[in-house]
Write a protein that binds this ligand. Sequence first.
Ligand code: HEM
Length: 461
Amino acid sequence: MRLDNYTDDFFEVNNKNGFLPKKNPLSKLPERYNELQRLIYEMPIKKEDGSNGLLSKKGAIEDRINNLSNLKDLVNNEDDVFIVQALFRTYAFLTSAYLLAPAHFSYIETKKYGKAHTTLPAQVAEPFAIVSKKLDVYPFLDYHYAYSLGNYVKIDDTKGHEWENLAMAAKFSGMDDERGFIMLHVDINQHSPELIGGIFDYLNSNDSTEVNNSLKKCLSSMKKINERRQIMWQASRWKHYNDFRVFIMGIKGNDEIFGNGVIYEGVSDKPLQFRGQTGAQDNIIPTADIFTGVIYYYPSNDLTKYLLDLRLYRPKCIQNFLEDIKNEMGNNRLFNELKESNNEEGLCMLIQILDEIYYFRNGHWQFVQKYIMANTKYAKATGGTPIISWIPNQITAVLNYMDDVIGLLPQNSEFLNIKEFYSQLHKKRDLLNKQLKLLHLDKYKPDEVFSLNRKMGLSDK
Ligand code: HEM
């Protein structure tokens, strides 16, 4: 099987680029789009020069969008994918800023999100629909081409993808917490080439030594991914998440804000609905779940359906990559192969990779407790999911799988301290159960849920 053709010329999924773009995205649009580019510079609540931008004044973004030219013919002529992507990013930002500006101001005044606009003017809707079609994605702010992976600008070109070295080409709040939040997602992905390299090595392996070496690579990348993920607490202060969160809300699942959808003038007479940008569109955890077989432990409920729905919110080349890996790894291949070949060292690697997935999810669950639950009572996430009931589900899936793997390992394994692992596993489950118990109370206190992490020695910070 060929595992080297996952590209749309912007992304190219392999052991060189991982899930990052093939080269740096354009930091700005070509000169013929100066009108649009100026709007992107002037839009953030805080502009680059420190002065207040359009999103700091009620009605200002609406005025500017109402007077914007319709560039659909110009846009239609573009065929360079990096220009098309930069246009998609631009129109995605203009769309979310325009639609959600009233919700933003309502939040400032009342601490409630209020209503968004539900009609998108043709001068944005039409060219946006054209570039979306060229990229074969939905016309709404997404994670890959718009807010995150396709939105970084290296501050020093000779340096790497550490978030400190990344600025945003387009932004909503313009403050450092927004930059830290989303650029850390890019930063984490600098370790995805090693993960993909490990998976490809596994698929090409011929014996258990090669299998174990490939798993070592996956484990090494997952450890680095977790180390970088943990930096979120410093990169973006949790108390400031609401400064920009409203602008990444989706239409679908957020009916209180959007009613039954948005009319894209000149594109559709019926209201349209799309999911919002969310880290759930990132590929690292889905890839790790598919490769290791965590997907076989997902509960079958609405929340798992949502995860699969989100597959459609990814570039086609990435959807194909995930689909092919899923087919290759069918019938829980990794687990069964390690079990049948009595590969104790491989099973010890597998359980350590699962442990990294656990640490990712448990650390991430702590983000949700602090950045969202402690900040707001609005129970829907930007992707439109009921956050509180959802995130813990996938943690349980990982713990259940770890139970099955550890059951195959001898107490005196030379590769891992199994006793210690057992007792940690017990503690991890205990923590989650205690948190869920608190959450089922009518009025839970986010602080109590959060402080359990530290009390039980599983704090992410
Ligand atoms: C402050 C930081 C973060 C917060 C508050 C946060 C919040 C959320 C929320 C609320 C969800 C539920 C889905 C939805 O959006 O509707 C979610 C899902 C998800 N997020 Fe995040 N997220 C954060 C950082 C990250 C990072 C850095 C990554 C990876 C690069 C990530 C990856 C994921 C994944 C893979 C899911 C799907 C859930 C799963 O498979 O367990 N998130 N996140």
